[in-house]
Design a protein around this ligand. Structure first.
Ligand code: NAD
Ligand code: WQD
Length: 337
């Protein structure tokens, strides 16, 4: 199939592009490089031996999208492009709604105009908000607690209304939990700009000597060891979940909403210990105050993804840390190396 991957030089997109190419698909990557680097394309080529076609551009560029759909027999779109920093979303709501929501609407309008009515959308467990029960099932109430989560839920709503208006649409809403890890080659991985917001890349930067120590945001939560518990999922498991979703959409119209998680909760201390084993060194840390807006614990009910997609995560937290460390130690400055 010819697949357009928006945001394809990003963290999850790049890992998914590798697997799409390895599966024999023809891949077009559209990315405006606001949070990634073009070097990723070279690394993907090194891994797969055949490069995707890369177009530097913005999903909000209607003229560019019209040209892309006119020039290529695109059969489906995997839509990763978007902004994802929760804290920033609260400070700059219009930037997030314009990029994540308006950008998705423009993409969908041009898809419809080109009669391309198949899309896999990067949603997030953030749409669930404060857990009413755990594990989160796909029927958990949807009450996001930040602008970023609202923007994801809005696009889910747009897609559901679009599919209601036209039964030809095939839509997969994939609700990712906490993606971590890197391709086993160590050639691609998570390369956050500036100071990492997320736990795993921060721990990796401490291990490689870029950061002095980790701040553990609270150890007084009502969890197994007092620190925050999350459902970390290997980015390559997440990528294979997208290929399973593509297969599903080949056979099913309508809207699929599915969690992509492991079903396992891992605490901050457990992740630190796993990383210390992987990197064979201590990770210095200091327990500080809780981070504003953090939930104490959440993890996925992973039964539905196995039932409906025949997919389940394969890799455990140790493998996630080993692969992260290989990437970080081989690329101390990320793709700038
Ligand atoms: P990322 O920032 O690495 O990748 C997103 C890519 O989209 C970047 O390469 C960026 O340059 C590009 N982009 C952003 N706005 C664009 C636009 N208007 N036009 C073209 N390109 C644009 O992030 P990621 O971690 O790979 O996440 C991919 C998607 O998955 C995002 O939509 C994110 O919200 C979602 N998601 C991420 C996580 C996570 O923790 N990483 C969890 C759940 C959902
Ligand atoms: C994990 C745990 C922190 C950093 C975020 C977004 C979510 C999704 C995934 C897009 C928590 C603790 C963290 C640090 C720490 N992204 N922590 N020290 O917040 O669960 O989810 O990324 O969809 O929308 O909210 O991930 O990695 O930031 O935090 O102690 O320096 O690690 O308190 O318990 P989070 P995270």
């Amino acid at each position: 199939m010819t697949i357009l991957v928006t945001g394809g030089t990003g963290y999850i997109g790049s890992h998914t592009v590798v697997q799409l190419l390895e599966a024999g698909h023809h891949v077009l990557v559209l990315d405006n490089l606001c949070n990634s680097k073009a070097q990723v394309i070279d690394r993907i080529s090194q891994i797969t031996g055949n490069p995707p076609q890369f177009i530097e551009g913005d999903v909000r560029n209607r003229k560019l999208l019209k040209q892309l759909f006119a020039d290529h027999a695109i059969e489906t779109v995997i839509h990763f492009a978007g902004l994802k920093a929760v804290g920033e979303s609260v400070q700059k709501p219009l930037m997030y709604y314009e990029n994540n929501v308006s950008g998705s609407v423009v993409l969908l309008e041009e898809m419809a105009a080109a009669q391309v009515k198949s899309i896999v959308f990067s949603s997030s467990a953030t749409v669930y908000g404060e857990p009413q029960f755990l594990p989160y099932t796909e029927s958990h109430p949807l009450k996001p607690i930040n602008v970023y989560g609202h923007s994801k839920l809005m696009v889910e709503q747009v897609l559901q209304d679009l599919a209601l208006s036209d039964p030809a649409w095939r839509v997969a809403l994939l609700r990712y939990f906490n993606p971590v890890g890197a391709h086993h080659s160590g050639l691609i991985g998570e390369d956050p700009a500036g100071i990492p917001n997320n736990l795993m890349p921060f721990v990796a930067q401490v291990a490689v000597g870029k950061r002095a120590q980790l701040s553990v945001y609270g150890n007084d939560y009502d969890t197994k060891d007092g620190t925050g518990v999350r459902d970390y999922i290997h980015v390559d498991d997440l990528a294979s979940g997208h290929l399973a979703a593509l297969e599903y959409l080949k056979k099913n119209a309508g809207v699929l909403k599915v969690n992509l998680g492991t079903g396992q909760g891992t605490s901050v201390f457990e992740l630190i210990h796993a990383f210390e084993k992987a990197a064979n060194q201590k990770i210095p840390y200091e327990v500080v105050a809780r981070r504003e807006g953090d939930l104490s614990e959440y993890y996925a009910d992973a039964k539905y993804s196995k039932m409906v997609l025949g997919w389940q995560a394969q890799y455990d937290i140790d493998r996630m840390c080993v692969d992260t460390w290989r990437w970080q130690s081989q690329n101390p400055n990320g793709f700038n190396d």
